[in-house]
Design a protein around this ligand. Structure first.
Ligand code: BG6
Length: 485
């Protein structure tokens, strides 16, 4: 088949902490993302520093009500007050699916309460009802870089086993509440990214740990158990529901055919695949022992954990795909090619880069889809993909984002190739379908949307929504089920 299957879930994706705002409304508590600042006076190179390494001092300052800093993720693009208008625009584009997250802190403000916050539950009832009114299927991430701040400061985050119960309480509450409205769930967004940014992923401040690797993998182990238990609970509550894992998949390519580069690539790729291996297959892969030994990690695995993981793997595998990266065993010899990507990868001379140094590799998406399908034989879903760019509003009010159309077109063509290869792909939700705050830089001006939001990096602007050129383009892509690109 070289066409998109009938019922393919075309749509778009966002996350609560980057879109909602209303951080102090409806009884919401602070999340770990509410701690990130944006300060345009700092050099550009420092904008992602806190994303990779949050410090105690920064957390403490953010918790001080007198802090004068700007915290963009507390404000998002104000979807909290604009969701009806935004979902109407998604419907106008013909969305079949909207991937979003529930802010854990709207339901359990601190995370350790036993009773949920009704105002938070009611908000998502309204959001889901609005989607369903237009026939838009919600796909919901339970945890997208927004665990309650309290669980980080008071419990030390996911390395603490108690987090499993708190998460399950949250998960079962929302599974019960929305069982008639939501069929697709994702347990943890980009679960493998704990290796790059442990603070937003597992609530861990690096300074606290002598061996940060130990904290990361212990936290991940608890997330694996929590994910398996949530999958079990979800199926019990709604046998029709489908639960997926979600990894960030940056395709890695050997910089050269030097066997050392090839070996390093295999090992580096495994540091991501490890997470989907566990969640999709239900057990720790054979390479785990050596990998953890070399990191000096000794996992505390309790009796029954491995049985739980084995019995309740996910139903499907979802992933984000933005770029590929080259890998070299001898980066010191590659002057000028190192560290140009967010994850410090090696520059591939064959590929162009975005303004943020993310290397654009549509053909890599076809390879990624084939690799993941060969490995798991489970349905795949592209939960994120897109181009972060600076968009300019012309004098006549139009926004010509032809570069974004080109990026998406090239990726959709490769999805089609992968389907032709035999890959079972059931949906595609480009990231930031409406402009939102960037996860890594906290900028508003790193835009991904089909819909422009009039707001700058410091939160100034009318917040009015405007269609970009890509809006009508994507509308016809969906209407033609991917035939007219
Ligand atoms: C993914 C995240 O890593 O990439 C999103 O799941 C994020 O939350 C997206 O926004 C794009 O990254 P950025 O840093 O450009 O916002």
């Amino acid at each position: 088949m070289n066409r998109f299957p009938e019922g393919f879930l075309w749509g778009g994706a966002t996350a609560a902490n980057q879109i909602e705002g209303g951080y102090d409304q409806g009884g919401k508590g602070l999340s770990v993302s509410d701690v990130y600042t944006f300060d345009s006076s700092l050099p550009k190179e420092q904008w992602t520093d806190q994303w990779h390494m949050m410090t105690h001092a920064q957390v403490k300052e953010a918790m001080n009500p007198q802090s004068t800093k700007y915290y963009p993720k507390r404000h998002g693009n104000d979807f909290y007050h604009h969701f009806r208008e935004d979902i109407r625009l998604f419907a106008e584009m013909g969305f079949k699916c909207y991937r979003m997250s529930i802010a854990w802190t709207r339901i359990f403000p601190n995370g350790d309460e036993t009773q949920p916050n009704e105002a938070g539950l009611k908000f998502y009832d309204e959001v889901f009802d609005e989607c369903l009114k237009y026939g838009i299927e919600p796909m919901v991430s339970l945890s997208h870089y927004e665990m309650p701040l309290y669980l980080a400061t008071e419990y030390g985050g996911w390395p603490n086993r108690k987090l499993i119960d708190f998460y399950l309480n949250f998960a079962t509450t929302v599974f019960e509440r929305y069982k008639e409205k939501v069929t697709y769930w994702l347990t943890f967004n980009e679960i493998n990214c704990v290796k790059h940014h442990p603070y937003v992923s597992i609530g861990v401040v690096e300074e606290n740990h002598l061996n940060i690797e130990q904290a990361k993998y212990q936290g991940a182990h608890h997330q694996f158990v929590a994910s398996a238990l949530a999958t079990k609970a979800c199926h019990e509550i709604n046998p029709e529901a489908k639960v997926g894992c979600m990894i960030s998949y940056q395709l890695l390519i050997p910089y050269s055919c030097d066997p050392d580069d090839v070996q390093k690539t295999v090992e580096s790729q495994r540091t991501s695949l490890f997470f989907s291996d566990v969640q999709a297959r239900g057990y720790y892969p054979a390479y785990t022992k050596r990998m953890l030994e070399e990191k000096g990690v000794t996992l505390q695995v309790e009796r029954g954990d491995e049985e739980i993981m084995r019995e309740y793997p996910v139903d499907f595998v979802s992933f984000s795909y933005y770029m590929s990266s080259a890998v070299s065993a001898h980066p010191e010899k590659l002057e000028g090619a190192v560290g140009n990507l967010i994850t410090g990868g090696i520059k591939n001379p064959y590929l162009p880069s975005s303004d943020w140094g993310w290397q654009i590799d549509p053909k890599g998406l076809r390879i990624a889809l084939n690799q993941l399908y060969d490995r798991y034989q489970k349905p795949l879903f592209i939960a994120e993909n897109g181009l972060g760019a600076v968009d300019v509003v012309k004098e006549d009010g139009t926004i010509d984002d032809a570069y974004r159309i080109e990026y998406l077109k090239l990726h959709i063509e490769q999805m089609k190739e992968a389907i032709h290869d035999g890959v079972e792909l059931f949906g595609y939700t480009p990231w930031g379908c409406i402009d939102i705050v960037s996860a890594s830089t906290s900028q508003m001006s790193k835009r991904y949307g089909f819909i422009y939001v009039d707001q700058d990096d410091e939160g100034h602007g009318t917040k009015e929504r405007h269609k970009k050129k890509s809006f009508d383009w994507y509308k016809q892509v969906i209407a033609s089920n991917g035939e007219t690109l």
